[in-house]
Design a binder for this molecule. Structure first.
Ligand SMILES: [Zn+2]
Length: 213
């Protein structure tokens, strides 16, 4: 039997948790007092505890990510082969997965969105078959993105970092619908004929929009 230093009640040793730093090997407060005080502590320090937990979580996530990455690097060939075999056997599922990944990436990567939408649009005008889209554009995708950001800055007098706050379209200054031959369409597809317009302006312009971003 032992007396709890908090509630002063005499209880059996089993009611005290083990504590090797004590001579009798048991804590000086009973289990129920201990649980009350630790609850109190958690409530009083919840911000600190939550912050700590978040740090632990992040560290753990990073660790898992690194471990996965290392595993992938080590087994790359085997994994890629396995994935290819799986994709061949599960064509529909594989396609769905790929589409889903593309949608996710579209949400976060403006350059990716740009490439995808311009390709789609080019395909609509059937000029892709003659030349690669990047050849028609006449510059790299990154250069095109910079060109478009510049046009946004010039048209609206706002820094490019503000662009993401708006809904915008890529607009053909001379509408691509006015091209009547493949050569003309290709000329109109050149990056120098492209600019960024905010969606509301593009709609009031009354022209069918070219690329939706
Ligand atoms: Zn107690």
């Amino acid at each position: 039997m032992k007396k709890c230093s908090t509630c002063r009640e005499v209880r059996s040793l089993d009611d005290f948790s083990k504590d090797r730093s004590r001579t009798d090997g048991r804590s000086y407060v009973c289990k129920s007092c201990q649980s009350i005080s630790s609850k109190k502590y958690r409530t009083a320090h919840s911000d600190k505890i939550n912050a700590q937990n978040r740090i632990y979580e992040q560290k753990a996530k990073k660790k898992i990510k690194n471990r996965k990455k290392a595993y992938y690097e080590k087994n790359k060939e085997r994994i890629l082969t396995r994935n290819r075999v799986w994709a061949r056997a599960n064509k529909k599922k594989a396609q769905d997965q790929q589409n889903k990944r593309a949608r996710e990436r579209s949400k976060t990567d403006p350059l990716y969105r740009l490439r995808k939408n311009i390709r789609t649009s080019m395909r609509r005008y059937l000029i892709r078959k003659q030349k690669k889209t990047s050849e028609i554009i006449g510059c790299s995708w990154l250069e095109l993105w910079h060109h478009l950001c510049n046009s946004f800055e010039a048209n609206y007098g706002m820094p490019r970092s503000w662009l993401e706050a708006f809904e915008y379209d890529i607009d053909h200054i001379i509408p691509i619908g006015s091209g009547s031959s493949v050569e003309e369409l290709m000329r109109l597809g050149h990056f120098s004929n492209l600019q960024i317009l905010l969606r509301e302006d593009n709609q009031t312009k009354g022209v069918k929009l070219d690329y939706t971003l």
